[in-house]
Design a protein around this ligand. Sequence first.
Ligand code: FEO
Length: 403
Amino acid sequence: MKVYAISDALFCIPIDVHTTELFEGIWPIPQGVSLNTYLVKGEKIALIDLVQDRHEASYHVEEALVSIGIDFSKIDYLVLNHLEPDHTGWLREFRERNPKAEIVATAKGVNLVKSFYKIDAGLRAVKDGESLDLGNGKSLTFFETPNIHWPETMVTWESSTGTLFSCDAFGSFGALGGRLFDDEFNETEHAFFEKETLRYYANIVASFSAFVEKGIQKISGLPITAIAPSHGMVWRRNVTAIIDRYLDYASYSKGLGKKEIALVWGSMYGNTRKGLDAVIKGIESEGVPYTIHQVPDDNISYILADVFKSAGIVIAAPTYEYAMFPPMAYAFDIFRRKHINHKTVLHIGSWGWVGGAKKEYEKAVADLKWNSLGSFEWVGSPTVKDLTDLEAQGRELAKAVKV
Ligand code: FEO
């Protein structure tokens, strides 16, 4: 396992995890994810963030440490920016192998070390802004950044190199594939990671966008030369790119999405799909880009990412048993849980025996504070007039998104 030098005293050990297991038990990661552990060498040695205890990740970290002459007994501090088990699953074994290393976290983080791992000794709770001198000009300063991604989270700053160890913040899905730094990836690879960063943000962080803005404000005075997250690449050539990307994503939570439309549709026997095709014709006539996802076929992870980034939404689904088509109801539940607010939306759908979806839709969009342009329903298959009207509705939504 390769060890990457960020400087002569800072190292990164990125572990690529490829698995069919879902991230957090919910989100697919077909292109993998990296778990990055960092090492800072002063007179004392600090390890920053661990890995999970699966997929041989801990074995690879240990192997990498040995390759640079570090065995566990030499580690003086284990800094845990965040206690989610993708970064701490290996903690109990680490503690057994190195009983003397002091575990450093926020006060809330220390409580989680006790509750998750039943470790009660050798814990140091650090305050916001507190520093830890490692000697040889290396020191770590800790800044609380709650809810990026859970309440106990902090980031760690190494001032002599200007490196910010940000854990989940500025992270991404996607395995790194034998490279680490932003200047090592080509344009196509950056485009891939941009998509995977958006999906990671929408899936993992979107609920906490207000905290992302506060956290970025908090670090804005630091002369950052490298951002070293615990998922994804290390940014050293273009640090502002990933900060601006996260600020953009945070703004999507306020309704400032891209001038695009996300179409989410389901259809039992094709009648709603016919109506959707007319809406698409209207959208295309205005030249507004769109993405399209079918429920329940497409995974909610990808639907969430496109809905999160888009200013305009089309919800197309039939009535099912007097209510909303169940896979669409599930999608709305996820939008609500992830605080996907302030979208401009058009609802369409057919019904056969009796309606009901519209009522449920209207309640759902009110809860989400979405601006509904209307709910257009028809009985059975759409008439020629229905299709003409649906095309016009698509045009109106596209125009609203373009302004
Ligand atoms: Fe990568 Fe919230 O853990």
